[in-house]
Structures are given as C-alpha cells and as structure tokens.
Design a protein around this ligand. Structure first.
Ligand code: AMP
Ligand code: ZN
Length: 466
C-alpha cells in the first residue's frame, strides 16, 4: 500500500512497525461548534484510510482526541479559548458545550458511515499526563518558564520545520494571520505548553500545576493522548492540511524532545474543501453542515460520494451543482446495485480479478475515484453474473461505505424500492414484447405513487417526486 507522506514529501510504500497492527492517530474536532462539511471531508479521508488498511488485512488501533480546552482562536497562542468564547455566547458551561457538540459530531459520523475510532479521549481527561510531559521537557531544557507560562524552546531543535515549508522569517509579526508579538517568548516560533497568564482572566477550566493554576496549550494534548494509548511509536498521524503548521509541527517538536527518538513515520493530510469564497472555516460561523444538507433534501452519503470522486490531496470546491450531480449519481448507482439478483454462483476468477483491481486503486495513495471506476466496470460487465457482482459490491463497500446494498438507506422503505424495481423490470419486458399499452400503464401507475420514470441510454432511472 502506498501513501503520500508529508514528512518525506513523497508517495511511499507503507510499512508499519508491527506487521499486523497499525497505530493510527487522528486529530479530532474542537467541539465549540458543529463540524462543517470541510472538517468532515478530512474525517471521510481518514475513514477510507482506516478501512483500506483493514481491507489489506491489518488490525488498526486508532485514537482520536476531542479538543475541549486550549485551542485559542488563532492556531498560534493568541486570542481567546474557542470553547470559552462559545460557552459565553450561548450562556452555558464549557463542558455542556463540549458534550453537545461532541454528540453532534458523532451523529454526523453515523450519517456519513464513518467508523468511530476505537479510542476517543477528551483533552480535559489527561491533565496529569500533560504536566508530566512538560516537567520532563523543562528538565531536559527544551522548555522554559516565562511571564507565568511555560514555552517550548524551538531553537533547541536541529530542524523544527521538518514537516513544513515554513521558515523562521514567516513567523515575524504580521507575516501571517495570527502571529502576534509575545514578549515572553525567546524565539518567535516558540509555543505555549502551559498557560497561567491569559489575556482572558475568566478561563473557566483551570487546573493546579507546578507552574500555578492554569490550562494546557492546544498541541500538548495530541502528543500525550497518542502516547498514552499507542505508546512511544506511532505509524500514521492524520489531519487536514491546516494542521501541518503549527499544530503537527509542534507535536513533533515536543514528542521527539520528550522521547529522544523519532515518533511517527507517516504523516497523512487531507486537502481542504473550499467554497467559492475560500476555505470553509468554523470560526467564520457561516458554513455548511450535514444537517443543513439533509434539510435541503440531500442524502449525506451523496456528499461522501462527492468526496470519494476526487483525490484527497486535491482541493475540492463545493458547489450545490456538484452536490446535485453526486446525488444523481448516487441514486443511479444504488438503483443498479439494489436491483442485482441475490441468487447464483460465485465466479471465483472474476471475483479475484476485480477485487485485485480495486485493491490496486485504493492502495495507490487512496485513489478512490479510480476505485469507483472499477465498481462501474463490474456493474457494466455483461459476462458477469449478478451474484458475483453483488459480492464484489459488498466487498468494495467495506471501504467505500456507501450503503450500496443496504436497502433502508433510501428515504423509501425496502418494500417500496423492491416494488419499484420489480415494476421497472415488468415494464421493460412489456416494451420488449412491444406491449406499449402495458408499459405505459405501469409508468402511470408508478407516477400516481409519486415515482417518475426516466428512460436513458443506460436503462431506466427513477426519482421520487412527492
Ligand atoms: P477543528 O475542529 O477546527 O480542530 O478541525 C477538525 C479537522 O478538520 C482538522 O483535521 C482540520 O485540519 C480539518 N479541516 C478544517 N477545515 C477544513 C476544510 N475546509 N477542509 C478539510 N478539512 C478541514
Ligand atoms: Zn491534534
């Protein structure tokens, strides 16, 4: 299996440390608001990655954090804690806000068929671990106390910028959004490990520490949560491309300084989903959620398909036109897969051939769009029986997770779908026998029930019109 590794900037053969078990860490949501469909693009990619690994026979130990403290309104150390800001706005406690949006987040996972990671850890659970790690960094002189806070000293590393093309001069105040002058820092790139002094005195969650009452910086949580559950060595670390700097850069700095050896071998990042105005962003407040798409009548899995139609390392522009196309494609696809006969015998040779073709595609840095082409090749193969097609669809759907054989995924119940499919078959037979009267009668009968038929070159499509 090949993956693009941000660390080496190349597509590489993936070799986990343990031949059978992959240790995978994915940065979780900051739960101050709903996840937008851009965030969810990253989680869909990570889901495909985990399922591709499983399809290749690996067991995957996957861990995800929930950021409920420490993520300030800038990814650097400036601004107000996003959680506190949201809690104040809604007149609720930080933990209530966290609970509400964490639940909403996993509801979106269900709707998009994203597998929940085995281990999910809220950042506020491991305060003692952060204190221990920071204490060691201070002892090893990788960290220093200044102005009440504890900072990581980036000048102690040979290559702080190992994961990124950022350079020291870009850290100059004003060079990029969110860089403010902090006179406590020795170097502009240094970052906070523990805050006791904040511009915002009403930080709701604070803990005792050797450096005073305070709270952890954002980056430390992912290093500690990963080490607690996955140990000193990690195979894959994932996130969206905006996480590369400073978040993942800082994670590498503090983890490797603490451990004294290389921490993670493969860094996998998903490109952004943008809208016409640029990157979709939670903090802008005006964004699309899965619930909003549902309210507009879309099936969440059409959005999943839309993501799979493009490569995860390419930016994807969201338009409703694109989503409409994906919705139509998804409906047609399910009509075809659901109408496959359930009886028959497996054509072993062809099953093996197509499975191998599919595997080649997803193993090539998760090329989901060519994997979908293999699915279409299967459905188009006139020499392949329905039973084998069905088994191949079932197998591919272990990775794609598009509910291609799950009848109740549609808004219509199973019985209705089967009824419609049966009627379409009968109408086709009637047309073949030149019994056009009967064919028209079936079409009208369905129309009365709110099902409109459309004859295309590929066959008969249908849409629900009421
Ligand atoms: P957050 O909840 O803001 O911490 O982000 C959760 C995840 O979504 C992170 O892995 C981000 O890198 C990712 N992300 C944020 N914005 C986008 C976007 N527009 N497109 C794709 N992924 C994103
Ligand atoms: Zn993280």
């Amino acid at each position: 299996m090949k993956l693009y590794n941000t660390l080496t900037r190349r597509v590489e053969e993936f070799i986990p440390r343990d031949k059978k078990i992959v240790k995978m860490y994915t940065c979780g949501p900051t739960v101050y608001h709903y996840a937008h469909i851009g965030n969810l693009r990253s989680y869909i990619m990570e889901d495909i990655l985990e399922k591709t690994l499983m399809y290749n026979g690996y067991k995957v130990n996957r861990v995800m954090n929930i950021t409920d403290v420490g993520h300030l309104s800038s990814d650097s150390d400036t601004g107000e804690d996003k959680m506190v800001k949201s809690a104040k706005k809604q007149n609720k406690s930080v933990l209530d806000i966290a609970k509400f949006y964490t639940e909403a987040f996993f509801k979106d996972f269900e709707k998009l068929n994203i597998k929940k990671p085995e281990t999910i850890e809220p950042a506020t659970n491991l305060i003692d671990d952060y204190i221990k790690l920071i204490t060691v960094l201070l002892e090893k002189k990788y960290a220093y106390k200044s102005g009440g806070n504890v900072y990581f000293d980036t000048s102690k590393l040979d290559d702080y910028y190992v994961l990124t093309n950022h350079k020291e001069d870009e850290m100059v105040v004003g060079a990029r959004e969110g860089v403010e002058n902090d006179s406590n820092k020795k170097n502009q790139a240094d970052f906070v490990l523990w805050f006791t002094k904040s511009k915002f005195e009403d930080q709701e969650l604070k803990w005792e520490s050797p450096w005073g009452l305070g709270y952890p910086g954002w980056h430390i949580e992912c290093s500690c949560i990963s080490m607690k559950h996955l140990g000193e060595y990690l195979d894959i670390h994932c996130g969206g491309v905006d996480n590369i700097f400073p978040h993942h850069t800082n994670e590498i700095a503090q983890s490797e300084a603490y451990l004294g050896h290389k921490w993670c071998n493969y860094w996998v990042h998903c490109e952004h989903l943008n809208d016409k105005n640029g990157k979709m962003s939670k903090s802008k407040g005006d964004f699309l959620t899965i619930s909003l798409l549902e309210e507009k009548g879309y099936n969440p899995l059409s959005y999943r398909l839309m993501c799979l139609q493009s490569h995860y390392r390419k930016q994807l522009i969201f338009t409703f036109e694109n989503l409409d196309n994906a919705e139509q494609t998804y409906k047609k696809l399910r009509q075809r897969t659901l109408s496959l006969n359930e009886d028959g015998e497996l054509d072993n040779a062809k099953f093996g051939y197509y499975k191998n073709e599919f595997l080649k595609c997803i193993n090539e840095d998760m090329n989901t769009s060519s994997a979908l082409t293999v699915l279409y090749d299967v459905l188009k193969d006139n020499d392949l029986n329905d039973f084998t097609k069905r088994e191949l669809v079932r197998s591919f759907d272990e990775v794609l997770s598009l509910d291609l054989l799950k009848k109740d995924a549609s808004k219509l119940d199973d019985e209705t779908i089967l009824y419609v499919e049966e009627k379409i078959k009968k109408r086709l037979e009637a047309k073949k026998n030149k019994d056009f009267l009967k064919a028209d009668k079936i079409r009208d009968e369905l129309l009365k029930k709110g099902i409109q038929l459309k004859d295309t070159k590929e066959g008969t499509d249908w849409v629900v019109i009421k």
